[in-house]
Design a protein around this ligand. Structure first.
Ligand code: HEC
Ligand code: HEC
Length: 152
């Protein structure tokens, strides 16, 4: 009997933690770090659907107000890797509006407690700045216990 309770307890504890983990796959090409992590963090591929990554990678010359173009060889290497490791869980698989993780319906739902003025704090600046609040964002861990919202 005791083991049944231990099991249930473990499921309750581990369940949500697993849901919030999109670890960076170990086969990440060096080009991803070099080309896609200079202006913002290297977003783990599991945060967007295959279609959305395709859309991001097809529009690099007009990338959120900047030109993030790269050479064809790196572009194809990164695109293949992103699509291979894209979101598989139903929850994260929608085609992202404006190609933004931060505009997906799951993102909006998970962050509905955060007030508009909080997003604008100097220490945060943008919902796309995951690492401002998720202290382990770079490792793809977004669990509740690893959140610290900057006070200003
Ligand atoms: C020259 C700077 C620059 C480079 C290089 C760059 N980005 Fe971005 N990226 C941006 C800016 C600016 C935004 C918008 C950030 C914001 O709204 O705060 C952005 C946003 C994004 C977003 C959406 C974030 C969200 O959910 O709102 C994704 C996805 C993304 N970039 C992927 C990539 C990928 C993949 C690469 C490499 C091929 C890359 N970026 C390279 C500047 C860059
Ligand atoms: C202003 C701070 C802040 C920023 C910036 C932010 N988040 Fe969050 N995030 C939170 C809070 C607060 C929660 C809700 C935690 C809770 O109550 O479950 C959350 C929840 C989540 C969850 C669900 C966690 C779970 O346990 O199920 C995910 C996944 C997530 N965020 C991903 C992201 C990603 C990806 C980005 C960047 C594109 C981001 N967040 C940007 C504060 C932030």
């Amino acid at each position: 009997m005791k083991s049944v309770f231990t099991f249930l307890f473990a499921v309750l504890l581990v369940g949500p933690a697993i849901a919030a983990k999109m670890p960076m796959p170990s086969d990440m090409p060096k080009s991803y770090d070099a080309e896609c992590a200079s202006c913002h963090m290297a977003y783990p591929p599991g945060l967007l659907s295959e279609k959305s990554w395709q859309n991001v990678m097809s529009g690099l010359s007009k990338h959120f107000g900047t030109d993030a173009s790269i050479d064809e060889k790196e572009k194809s290497e990164i695109t293949i890797w992103l699509k291979k490791n894209a979101a598989t869980k139903q929850k994260y698989s929608e085609t992202a509006p404006e190609n933004r993780i931060s505009k997906t319906s799951w993102f909006i739902r998970e962050h509905d407690e955060i007030k508009a003025d909080v997003w604008k704090r100097a220490g945060i600046k943008s919902p796309a700045n995951c690492g401002a609040c998720h202290t382990t964002a770079a490792e793809g861990i977004f669990s509740e216990k690893n959140i610290a919202i900057p006070k200003k």
